[in-house]
Design a protein around this ligand. Structure first.
Ligand SMILES: NC(=[NH2+])NCCC[C@H](N)C(=O)O
Length: 289
């Protein structure tokens, strides 16, 4: 479980993305945090954490495994191959990421605002997915899959390309006394770059996955959700929850990338290898090959 996947600790993100702009419950990130803690205690910030915690082991294993093997398959270490290897990892991990985020979103939305249901529909994330499957079948638990693929495929391409470019330009070498801070910085900035690159898609995905909580369906598909969102809230709608997402993205991805890099470096003899891009680049005096 390297780092924390998705936005399980970014509770405000989902609520800020899907709240009703005509009757907004939250004025911004800080107010959202305050309200959740006041109304639901600190535990409220961790609602829906079960699903990401269940899925994150597999997701990170898939992401770094697919990315590394794709790079070895592509052979040449070029920026385009970095992007393609990351994008393929991002696409494949959607199989787990989409249902996981659907459960997280539903758990975080139940009992809030106008969607407040009299009784809690779901006991936990697994119960949430089982109920959705029993009611809506396989299509139901893959609600939001298209937007998840549109978000994650380029998002992960940017994620790994940014880390490659930053580790190269910072010269993250084992004998460098500042290697660890540089890896943390490169990982954190790569996470931010990745979320910034596809954040508008994430807003639409969250709205589609939250749609129907409490029985009220608002959208007839992706384009209708985009149209309604822009019509009601203007283009700023695509920045809703962005602050809390970026506040979380830096430390989570700094930890993830630095941990994987150091883990793999010390798995090899004497630090000959640094993740750099994808786990198996031989370090030469001139930098990563
Ligand atoms: N949707 C993305 N931008 N994904 C790439 C970043 C993934 C990373 N594990 C995170 O949760 O921050």
């Amino acid at each position: 479980c390297l780092g924390f996947y998705s936005n399980e600790f970014c509770h405000p993100q989902v609520r800020l993305q899907v709240q009703n702009v005509n009757k907004p419950m939250y004025r911004g990130t800080f107010h959202c945090f305050q309200s959740i803690i006041r109304q639901e205690s600190m535990l409220g910030l961790y609602k829906g954490i079960g699903s990401p915690m269940m899925g994150l082991t597999f997701i990170n294993a898939i992401v770094f495994g697919v990315q590394g093997n794709t790079m070895r398959m592509l052979g040449r270490d070029t920026p385009l191959n970095q992007f393609l290897a990351g994008a393929s990892a991002g696409a494949i991990q959607c199989v787990i990421c989409c249902p996981m985020e659907l459960a997280k979103t539903r758990m975080q939305m139940q009992g809030t605002g106008e969607k407040k249901s009299k009784r809690k529909m779901y006991k936990n994330s697994l119960d949430c997915l089982v109920r959705i499957y029993n009611k809506e079948g396989i299509r139901g638990i893959n609600r939001g899959m298209v937007t998840t693929l549109v978000r994650e495929t380029p998002g992960f391409g940017v994620y790994f390309l940014a880390y490659d470019v930053l580790t190269r330009s910072l010269g993250c070498e084992p004998e460098d006394p500042y290697m660890i801070p540089k890896l943390l910085f490169a990982g954190g900035m790569s996470g931010i770059a990745s979320w910034l690159s596809t954040y508008p898609v994430d807003v639409i995905k969250s709205r589609l996955q939250a749609d129907g909580v409490g029985g009220v369906y608002q959208y007839n598909g992706i384009m209708d959700c985009v149209r309604q969102s822009i019509q009601k809230e203007g283009w700023r709608v695509f920045t809703r929850g962005l602050t809390s997402t970026l506040l979380r993205a830096f430390p989570v991805n700094a930890t993830t990338f630095a941990t994987v890099t150091l883990f793999l470096m010390y798995m090899r003899e004497g630090g000959d290898y640094v993740l750099g891009k994808h786990l198996s680049i031989k370090l030469k005096p001139s930098g990563l090959t």
